[in-house]
Design a protein around this ligand. Sequence first.
Ligand code: GRF
Length: 206
Amino acid sequence: MPTRSTGRVVVLVSGAGTNLAALLAAHDEPAWGGRVVGVVSDRAAAGGLALARAAGVPTAVVAPADFTDRPAWDAALAEAVAVFRPDVVVSAGFMRILGEPVLSRFADRVLNTHPALLPAFPGAHGVRDALAYGARVTGCTLHVVDAGVDTGPIIAQAAVDVLPDDDETSLHERIKVAERALVVEWVGRIARGGLRVEGRRVDVLG
Ligand code: GRF
């Protein structure tokens, strides 16, 4: 079944939030078609929360330390996201694995951006691993989240050359330039039109 969209986007962040900043800039453009209606973090100190507040977007913090166990945190995260009634949930530098409560509640509507060309270099160190492997081309992937780690159906990818003098920081910065453009374009399309997921095939309807 295709998911109809009213353009409500919730963003999950743990860090600086440069992808979030790009989405917040886009949502000021009426043609983009989406609105970032909420930002949720696992860290009260995440830079992305300050960006959201400055943009007048409501935020919520669901910190694991405030919960007795992982299932309680998973349930609270699902609840915090649901408050914003999202059409699409974007994990943009959210450094935790999303549990069943979030994935079942927003089935096929949770997206993740990853700084490598999946299925190569999944996991928390996609940039470092591509560099260590000696890849000459890496990039970024926007995908639908499933129960695995960076294994869900792929929506879009962009390639980035690895340069001879690259270190992890310089390569990640170039990937993030491509990543921001990819995320803004495809989250906008999905916010406008929705998406349909069948097996590993994703049709973006916007
Ligand atoms: C992005 O490269 C994302 O793919 C990775 O962490 C980075 C987050 O950057 N998981 P930011 O917080 O959006 O600046």
